[in-house]
Design a protein around this ligand. Structure first.
Ligand SMILES: [Zn+2]
Ligand SMILES: [Zn+2]
Length: 341
């Protein structure tokens, strides 16, 4: 079968690779759609997270074409999405159900160690319905289902904040993760959700999802007026914005950091001390967060909306990555390994 293989910085090659086979606990799916993640761009541009030879792609929907004998509740023909995390199952974090913090999760996962979904077909190991594999109802399209993974990232981040209802939240950076944070905040009853970016395409999308928007950091103070920011979600990965968050959040407020940074940031922690600001990191999701993301998409509380801005065939994967890098032209570019139609 064909797959896009990461060869090195700014190099992906579509090659023939071995067909995946379902072991007794596994599924093999025919991949309908797989989104390009911001983390894939860090790999593409900087070689971060994975080694050359890796097939990337972890935001996917596919149809089951083979199911191992031990797999229960999932069968050939089901349309599914899945968590790419493959935890070790025996460390202290796994015992707590915090698979996202398992040290092995990012070396043995789908697209992180084992083959990912920029491929015609994909093996999902240790498939457990409702834990790592989620069947999609008919009314949830393939492309909608492929946004469950970044939505789960947002669910996890928002759930780390104890009180959302009625709060004023500032979302810095309106790429896919920022958009999904906006959607989850709205679904959970946040008062004001203010999104900041400099891409008009991304600002428009956030307004469609119900956010107020501000074009650039200079306008934030005016947009806030007398309101205080209870929580900031830093989704931009821009060092200056991460430090600016310290000056924008209220005393006793929370900054949730979801972005990935290529550069170090220096700041004086006294700002945290004097205002008792809580600095909270957030990575990926638990099984429960992923299930909640699928539930939000199924109920319509979250939508695919304007998220997907371009579709490309597997053969055009390099074009897909090039467009994804242009923040004013793209939100989420998806690859359709078995046809764009
Ligand atoms: Zn991702
Ligand atoms: Zn573990």
């Amino acid at each position: 079968m064909k797959a896009a293989v990461f060869k090195g910085i700014e190099q992906l090659a579509v090659e023939d690779v071995p067909e995946p086979e379902a072991g007794p606990d596994d599924l093999v799916v025919s991949v309908a759609v797989c989104g390009i993640c911001g983390s894939d761009l860090h790999t593409y541009q900087h070689g971060s997270f994975v080694q050359p030879g890796q097939i990337m792609g972890h935001e996917f929907v596919g149809s089951v074409i083979a199911a191992g004998d031990n797999v229960q509740g999932l069968q050939v023909g089901d349309r599914v999405t899945a968590s790419p995390i493959v935890p070790c199952g025996h460390c202290a974090r796994c015992a707590e159900g915090r698979f996202n913090l398992c040290a092995e999760a990012w070396t043995t996962g789908i697209a992180y160690g084992r083959p990912g979904a920029f491929a015609e077909r994909l093996r999902i190991p240790n498939a457990v319905a409702g834990q790592n594999v989620f069947k999609l109802p008919d009314h949830v399209s393939d492309e909608t289902g492929a946004t469950a993974e970044p939505l789960a990232v947002a669910v996890h981040a928002v759930r780390l904040v104890p009180e959302i209802e009625g709060t004023t939240a500032l979302v810095l950076g309106l790429g896919t993760i920022g958009q999904q944070v906006v959607q989850v905040l709205k679904a959970y009853g946040a008062g004001r959700v203010i999104g900041v970016d400099i891409s008009s395409l991304r600002l428009d999308a956030a307004r469609e999802f119900g956010a107020e928007t501000v074009d650039g950091m200079d306008g934030v103070a005016a947009a806030l007026g007398d309101a205080e920011v209870d929580v900031v979600f830093e989704c931009s990965g821009v060092p200056a914005l991460a430090t600016a968050a310290l000056g924008l959040v209220k005393g006793g407020g929370t900054i949730v950091v979801l972005a990935l940074y290529d550069d170090e940031i220096s700041f004086n922690p006294t700002a945290l001390v004097q205002q008792e600001i809580k600095l909270q990191g957030s990575i990926a999701y638990t099984s429960d967060d992923f299930a909640e993301a699928v539930r939000l998409l199924t109920s319509g509380e979250a939508k695919v909306g304007p998220l997907i801005t371009q579709r490309e065939a597997l053969a055009s994967v390099m074009d897909a990555f090039a467009v994804q890098l242009e923040k004013d032209r793209s939100l989420k570019v998806v690859v359709r390994p078995n046809g764009v139609g």
